[in-house]
Design a protein. Structure first.
Length: 195
């Protein structure tokens, strides 16, 4: 991290999004298990959630066995798609539990899941979300979304409030617009347009 970066959002001044953040009192506690390489990703979105949600903690597992140690005495619902997952809309909104989101590329999160028996054994929930607004990262399939989009969508569905978590997406949209402006339209069109 550059010494010139904002100490809060860890972004350079030209793309610091702190002025766009709104603090949101989420009912369901959020844990983000971040792949170590994702923590260094300049345009990651997990930090937006961490800075915006009152109940949000980011954990980094350097080895598969660290996962269970980091989450001692916490039995979360893992938010991850799969045949054995329960649809978010089928979850009783009154039974508040911690939620665990995996932060990294699809390949990295699948590996995290494969290498940790503890993670693989967690009850899973999932939902189909609108197409990603994250225009500066190519996704492997149309249903893939960024971490902050998944968090906003799942919390909105569980709390039955479609507007409460929009500020998370507003901050992400601002960050993306600034990144596109920094790279220039020609570079954006060449590398990301239509993805």
């Amino acid at each position: 991290m550059s010494r010139l970066a904002c100490q809060r959002c860890l972004r350079p001044p030209s793309v610091c999004y702190c002025h766009t953040l709104e603090v949101i009192d989420n009912q369901w506690p959020v844990y983000i298990l971040q792949h170590p390489k994702e923590a260094k990703h300049a345009i990651g979105t997990a930090r937006i959630a961490q800075l915006s949600l009152k109940q949000c903690q980011t954990l980094i597992a350097k080895k598969p066995g660290d996962v269970e140690l980091l989450m001692t005495n916490i039995q979360p619902l893992l938010v991850y798609p799969g045949d054995n997952s329960t649809a978010v809309n089928d979850i009783d909104p009154g039974t508040i539990q911690p939620l665990l989101f995996l932060d990294g590329s699809w390949r990295k999160t699948r590996r995290m899941l494969h290498e940790s028996p503890w993670l693989a054994a967690l009850p899973r929930i999932s939902m189909v979300l609108p197409a990603s607004r994250y225009k500066i990262r190519k996704e492997p399939h149309p249903t893939a979304v960024s971490t902050v989009e998944a968090i906003a969508g799942v919390l909105a569905a569980l709390e039955r409030d479609t507007q409460k978590y929009q500020p998370l997406l507003t901050t992400m949209d601002w960050m993306i617009a600034q990144q596109i402006m920094q790279m220039g339209d020609k570079t954006y069109q060449k590398n990301y347009s239509g993805s």
